[in-house]
Design a protein around this ligand. Sequence first.
Ligand code: CA
Ligand code: CA
Length: 471
Amino acid sequence: MGKFRKNWIILLFLLFGMRLNAQTEVQIGNGTQTGYVPLVAMYIASYGQSIYLNTELPAGLITSISYQYALSENITVSPTTIYMAEVSRSSYGGNTDRVPADSLTQVFSGSVTFTQGWVTINLTTPFDYTGDGNLVVAYLNNSAESLSSEESYFYVTPTTENMSNIAGSWEGTLDISNIGSGWMTPNESLAVRPNTKFVFSSAEDFCNDPQNVTVTEITDNSALVSWTAPEGQTTFGVSYKLANANEWTFLSNVIGTSYTLEGLQGLTDYQVKVYTVCDEESTSFGVVKSFQTSVSASQISSLPYSESFDEATSISSWLIDNGNATNKWYWGVAENNTTEVPNGGSLYISSNGGTTASYDNEAVSNVFATKYLTFSDALNFKVSFDVKCLGEGNFDNLEVYLVKGGENLNNDNLLGYFSGINSWERKEFVVDNSYANQSVRLVLKWKNDGNGGVSPVQWLIIFLLRRCLVV
Ligand SMILES: [Ca+2]
Ligand SMILES: [Ca+2]
């Protein structure tokens, strides 16, 4: 997390004592009663807004916000998303009256742990508050679980007008652009505000992120990350991780504005983070970029090609793109149609980490598994595979594409879609020599909508892809 340039501020104080207030802390409220703004921890999701008047606040860059947590029991709210906006209003009307989502700016996204006392949240994106309007702060708790059985959590201070609003949900996460009136109570405007502290910082005290971070020259095993230095800064930190990993791996401190990532794997999604190292104690929050390495020669197979999905180590020759979907492709052993291979595996959709070949038919998913091939010279090519797949008609099904060169998935390269198949069936397709002598992608797409459909969907696919002549 970012820190402020403490040393520099102390130095400034020594040199120019008048500038001690380069960082200003403002506290709003010192009440001793407790309440449930900015969040309701009992509910699985909640959304609180509070208004702070421009007569109470200075103008400046807001770099942190603190709330006074009252309980001895700690809670971790993850994900927490905090938004701010400058508004003309100074209060809320009815229970569903809120500052709309499209006028809010996201200033924090991450996990927040509340322990008894003041808890400070350093904003991931500082908010430039001009002071022309009043400040609204919105706190979205989408933890998707009840974090406490208590009913009030924060020290709050009464106000004459309704200066807060809170909505909660027992049933699902909240979409701030569509809170609606159908959510369970509490859904009300309140004449209290949480006791709150803001830190205002002048812009030059803040350790700024690098700008224009880009990832270029991406190969199957390397990529060049480059950036523009903020004024006066020369040193930057670079970390990276697999896109679906939690922990960042620190690579190096760099003096300069580029760094080459090496030793990467082909067809793999990565994230790289670049941050400014302002001094020994302070770094910026960092800018994160995502990229995918290209296919490596060893991942491109020539014909004849077949895959039984029995060797787990072969998975890296396929590109699996599950995005953030609940129903994911797995290369596992829950199903196997190559019965001559005991404990063999298959490629299937699972919503439970590969344990069973079954899907959650309420979680909309579009996921892809791709194999890169080179086709040689032949008049025709045959693709065949075994499939077992229930699903739901045209709504939840497997689509199989054979895609040339730079083409996108479309109806012309769709071989077929499959559902309602409850025992193994072999499917065969023949394509013509327009595929000859070029690179081809075999793409398996699983899609399902948000309701209906038979689970478990099960399939096992054996691809037996051969050059063949058809007369
Ligand atoms: Ca198999
Ligand atoms: Ca469905």
